[in-house]
Design a protein around this ligand. Structure first.
Ligand SMILES: NCCC[C@H](NC(=O)CCC(=O)O)C(=O)O
Ligand SMILES: NC(=O)OP(=O)(O)O
Length: 315
């Protein structure tokens, strides 16, 4: 593997998941692979899981890790070419990425959608500029439109918890007062489209994801209907793609409750976290045996480790 920016970088996603499940049984087997190799983790946004699980994965592979919160600790980075840099951005990504590439064998970047300009976000400017100028492999830690390390961990989790060869998986929108990116939902949908599942997406009208991410999913605007017989309920809030970045409704009727979970086939509750209790999902659901959010987050280590292992093997 050269880079891990989206599903397109993975030649065999199912084999990758099986390899991750094997790694989990023997986490330190490849400790020599990363010796004298350095990964730089660059964060333009907050993180708990991504930061710690990627660091842990790199350490399991024997790598050195450097972490930088770009917006707090470094110079403001200009992403646009050909501009007069007389504003608040002191350094161009052209130099910054190339310089970090002198210090690191792999660079991992988190940079969320700004949710102001749909074209700009969907062009994936930040991660693509790093790919263009760093000269070393790039790993996506959640970019404007995708969060593939999360989706890979989600696939590992579904493989571990499924009770039938072809489970029904439902991606459901849930209410939030803030305008949040579509990245997690897009990416999950992208991966579910190549998985052995019956995949349903449910959300209020106006929240349709970009068609290239919805793919062959069945879209249902009635949440209760969507939940019928589901084996997995994957919850996420996202802002509108069509009316870009807007919060069109905060309708509390879309919150995940035990009453709705009872419509499922003893369905497992999944969420990438962080999750706001009693806004998106009730305490009762999150604290029930049906919730698998903690092992799901635990799988972020194996998702990152299998990706770093494959990239290191190709250096
Ligand atoms: N990486 C996992 C999700 C990150 C981000 N969530 C958030 O920003 C939640 C913030 C809040 O609830 O205030 C998102 O939706 O893409
Ligand atoms: N799920 C996830 O990516 O969590 P963080 O935003 O805390 O990294």
């Amino acid at each position: 593997m050269k880079n891990f920016i989206s599903l397109a970088d993975v030649s065999d996603p199912k084999a990758l998941v099986q390899e991750a499940i094997q790694l989990k049984k023997n986490p330190f087997a490849d400790k020599a692979l990363g010796k004298n190799k350095t990964i730089g983790l660059l964060f333009f946004n907050s993180s708990l899981r991504t930061r710690l699980s990627t660091q842990k994965a790199a350490q399991n592979l024997g790598m050195e890790v450097m972490v930088m919160n770009v917006n707090q600790d470094s110079w403001g980075l200009e992403m646009m070419d050909g501009v007069v840099m007389n504003g608040d951005k002191a350094e161009h990504v052209k130099e910054a990425a190339a310089v970090i590439g002198q210090y690191c064998d792999i660079i991992a970047v988190r940079s969320f959608a700004e949710l102001k300009d749909r074209n700009a976000d969907y062009q994936e400017i930040v991660i693509n500029k790093f790919k263009q100028y760093a000269g070393v492999p790039i790993v996506n830690l959640e970019s404007a439109t995708r969060h593939p390390l999360q989706s890979l961990a989600d696939c590992i989790t579904i493989e571990e918890y499924k009770t039938k060869p072809r489970p029904k998986v439902v991606l459901t929108w849930a209410p939030h007062f803030k305008s949040l990116p579509q990245a997690v939902a897009n990416s999950f949908s992208e991966w579910m489209n190549v998985w052995d599942v019956d995949f349903v997406v449910t959300h209020p009208e106006g929240y349709d994801l970009a068609p290239e991410f919805v793919g062959n999913a069945q879209v249902v605007y009635n949440q209760r209907e969507a939940f019928e017989g589901a084996d997995f309920i994957y919850t996420k809030n996202w802002s509108s793609y069509k009316d870009y970045g807007k919060v069109l409704t905060q309708n509390p009727d879309w919150m995940i409750t035990m009453d709705k979970m009872r419509l499922t086939n003893n369905g497992k509750f999944m969420h990438c976290l962080p999750v706001r209790r009693n806004l998106k999902v009730t305490d009762e659901v999150l604290d029930s045996p049906q919730s698998i959010v903690i092992p799901q987050a635990g799988n972020r280590v194996w998702s990152a480790q299998v990706v770093l292992k494959q990239i290191l093997s190709g250096l």
